[in-house]
Design a protein around this ligand. Sequence first.
Ligand code: NAD
Length: 478
Amino acid sequence: MIQTNRLTRPDSPRPVTGIVHLGLGAFFRAFGCVIVDDAVQASGGDWGICGVSLRNPDTRDALRPQGWAYTAVTLAPDGPQTRVTSVLTDVLVAPEDPTAVLAAMTDPAVKIVSLTVTEKGYCHNPATGALNADHPDIVHDLTHDLPRSAPGYIVRALALRRAAGIAPFTVLTCDNLPHNGALVRGVVLDLARRIDPVLADWIAAEGRFPATMVDRITPATTADDIALVERLTGWHDAAPVMHEPFRQWAVQDDFVGGARPDLAAAGVQLVSDVTAFEDMKLRMLNGTHSALAYLGYLAGHETIADTVADPAFAAYVRTCWAEIMPAVAAPPGVDLAAYADALFDRYANPAIRHRTWQIAMDGSQKLPQRLLGTLRENLGAGRASPALCLAVAGWMRYAAGTDEADEPIDVRDPLADLLRRTATGGLNQGPTAMASALLSLDQIFPADIAALLTAPVTRAAERLWVVGARAAVQEVAT
Ligand code: NAD
């Protein structure tokens, strides 16, 4: 019989909360929570995690009957392994009770506020990294004490800490953004300055915003996964998380007062500069993930593993890496070709059902750091990059909202309406007009990149329209 209460552990001591995490999605529960749990088990410390959802109550409602404990499942090619993680101390739902979230963030015992709010949660302009002051949540947060956005919560909580004479918390972003520490610092300081310049000066002087590189492929949990956990463990977990065996976390070691868990004990690389790790991962992993997601989806592949099992795409992704590697400075001791080989094996893991549709989400927020930075360097240096240009054309075809069988695509993107209007206005006139219309969106394509991309992306779009995604990737694969 399936037990429903096996995960609740009324007798086990609850850790003291030292971290508030904004955006308690599948990834952080499969990665940050597991690593902090390992660090606490190795070295102790008051590093319980209070999760916050800035949107809906699903995770809180699923985890509350389980006493916030849940199963993390390692999906190894030779079979799954489970572990129970009980580092969460509470889960709050911000829209229901913003005051409770601010109170948690203002608790002097809380030393770190970490985030995985997705790229769009920073309310920034993806092309420049600067705060988008016209974002509706930012417009709201400028005039209300109870905020809506992640930057709004950070600024208002820091204001409360300053007023109470409490040191700021460290802001630890774990989202896939370039120079993520500097980006969140810039957004927070800009918002704070518009509210109270003295507060902004205090945050600039006392606050810390370490950059991080996070890596563990974590697909969204499905009903089949929940059934699998029941079969494996004999109990019902309403919100398990499924992840690959691999994990890598490089963290800039710059915390307020040095206060942090003993992350090194859990295998985290604490470094003075994360840039090389970040560029390698964003360009080589996330860049090819997006390329495979758009073109693989258009070719009818449901997951990344299905896509790279297709020989045309296996050759294509290796061509992408060959184009990307000259634009990546390897971190010390890393062989980029070996890194690419390891990525291929991770993508091919059939136990990981990472949907192309999930990775394709929010392309307008992802393209700049995943593909456009590489293309700017390559094309600027005269290195033609037909495989990467085809990936941009694939995003355009996808964002237009109709697949190759003329079926509608469920495009999830904060700019979805604008993208569809812009793309389909041109689509009716063919791929050349569509590419030109989309390249004119300067919140995604700064003018210098648009100028470099116009000819090669238009060429790629024309081939994509004529021969379809699978044949187009075959044409560019070497
Ligand atoms: P998820 O869908 O499970 O969770 C996303 C979380 O972000 C949810 O809590 C959601 O409420 C919140 N969110 C969404 N839009 C928001 C907004 N506008 N403002 C505030 N909060 C918002 O996704 P996930 O798998 O947990 O991934 C989240 C992020 O983690 C990714 O966007 C990426 O930056 C990072 N990441 C994910 C993976 C992965 O494999 N899934 C790997 C590395 C990094």
